[in-house]
Design a binder for this molecule. Structure first.
Ligand SMILES: Nc1ncnc2c1ncn2[C@@H]1O[C@H](COP(=O)(O)OP(=O)(O)OP(=O)(O)O)[C@@H](O)[C@H]1O
Ligand SMILES: [Mg+2]
Length: 376
């Protein structure tokens, strides 16, 4: 008997959140079949196909994979994606920078999946990230028993990516202590990782590159050293430019998330999505959408990512405790939670917005009432 669900093919357990390369395996396969452009060594796809995977499109009919629709993963300026992808084909690493919730992690995962077929060579940066996470560690039992050997060495994701010619990812680079960050400098400039204990080194194989993400708001936590910054091409991911684009992103992601969480398909929630996005954008920008009324901005970031979770939460409420239709009452509590981070100052901002803007707006009576109810 085996407990490996793959072996029996029965009772397949599905991951709560499958990796990009699994969730979009069909699209990646179709793209690889249709893609006849030159691929950099060890790339699964050509740079052209990688950017199509990210931005979406339809494969030309007639050819292999013909007619397959590639869903857009990233909604934003095409040029940014092209710069990011072509950076990965050079010897410079890629740094994705931006305010919270601008899809840095998301883009990094999809880039790694499309380029290397593997998005899991990941170092999660925190204040406690140690050098072993970036270089290598040891299996201490084996180290003590046999002394340092290749077998006792525990490679980091970065080391494995170097050895296999794949894409490594470092999340939240600026949260990593400066001395640990600096151990990336040799990796990125010399493309080697010395192992002095063994008198050896790992040389990066062609195809290796690294994608790091960092948050704009964390600047100053651990400033990137200029030596390290020079090794990166920086791509800044912006907040969605228009309300339409943001509504589109939220609707798309909510739909995907809803399906992966098995939420019963909710009847059209477009109106509530638009409302949540409008509220978030107005509070973020400090002015109403028509540009007429200035308002104060609360302390939270009110990012697209937060709008996605407010709406997903609302969908769950509607599905399990309502009639399946997303209504104002299902999103009001989520909106309040996202806006009022600081109980005193943000609450004042919210009340002002509610009374001065929401209350007066045509067709927003239900939303106003729902918000009043949860704010009380
Ligand atoms: N422009 C966009 N296109 C597609 N999806 C987006 C976009 N902006 C945000 N999202 C969605 O927002 C969600 C959160 O994004 P992600 O976690 O990658 O943000 P982040 O920039 O890494 O944030 P943080 O700084 O908090 O780590 C993802 O589900 C992503 O799909
Ligand atoms: Mg992130």
């Amino acid at each position: 008997m085996t407990t490996d669900s793959r072996a029996g093919g029965t009772a397949q357990q599905s991951a709560l959140r499958p990796h990009a390369e699994d969730a979009f395996a069909d699209e990646l396969r179709a793209l690889a079949a249709a893609d006849d452009r030159p691929r950099p060594e060890r790339w699964r796809l050509s740079p052209w196909a990688v950017s199509m995977y990210l931005l979406g499109g339809e494969l030309p009919a007639g050819g292999p994979g013909g007619g397959t629709v590639i869903t857009p993963k990233y909604v934003g300026p095409r040029r940014l994606v092209e710069v990011a992808v072509s950076t990965l084909a050079t010897d410079r690493a890629l740094l994705l920078l931006g305010v919270p919730g601008t899809a840095k992690t998301w883009v990094s995962e999809h880039l790694a999946a499309a380029v290397s077929g593997d998005s899991t060579l990941l170092v999660q940066g925190t204040a406690g990230t140690a050098e072993e996470a970036v270089r290598y560690g040891w299996n201490y039992a084996q180290l003590l028993a046999e002394g340092p050997s290749r077998a006792a060495l525990v490679p980091s994701p970065v080391m494995r990516a170097m050895a296999e010619g794949r894409t490594a990812r470092v999340e939240e680079l600026t949260r990593i202590p400066a001395d640990v960050q600096d151990s990336l400098i040799t990796v990125l400039s010399e493309k080697t990782l010395p192992i002095p204990e063994l008198g050896e080194e790992i040389q990066a194989v062609r195809g290796f590159n690294l994608i790091a993400t960092a948050n704009d708001r964390d600047r100053g936590v651990n400033e990137l050293s200029s030596a390290l910054r020079r090794r990166f091409n920086t791509v800044v991911l912006p907040l969605p430019e228009t309300a339409e684009a943001e509504v589109d992103i939220v609707a798309r992601r909510v739909d995907q998330l809803g399906r992966s969480l098995d939420l019963p398909a909710s009847a059209d929630g477009a109106a509530e999505i638009r409302r949540v996005v409008t509220v978030f954008r107005e509070l973020r920008d400090g002015v109403t959408a028509d540009g007429r009324t200035r308002i104060k901005s609360p302390s939270g970031t009110l990012s697209t990512a937060e709008a996605i979770s407010v709406v997903t939460g609302g969908m769950a409420l509607a599905a399990h405790f309502g009639d399946g239709v997303l209504r104002a009452g299902d999103v009001a509590a989520g909106v309040l939670g996202a806006v009022v981070r600081d109980p005193s100052s943000d609450r004042v901002v919210w009340q002002e917005y509610l009374e001065a803007v929401v209350r007066e707006r045509d067709g927003w009576k239900d939303f106003y009432r729902a918000c009043r109810e949860v704010s009380a």
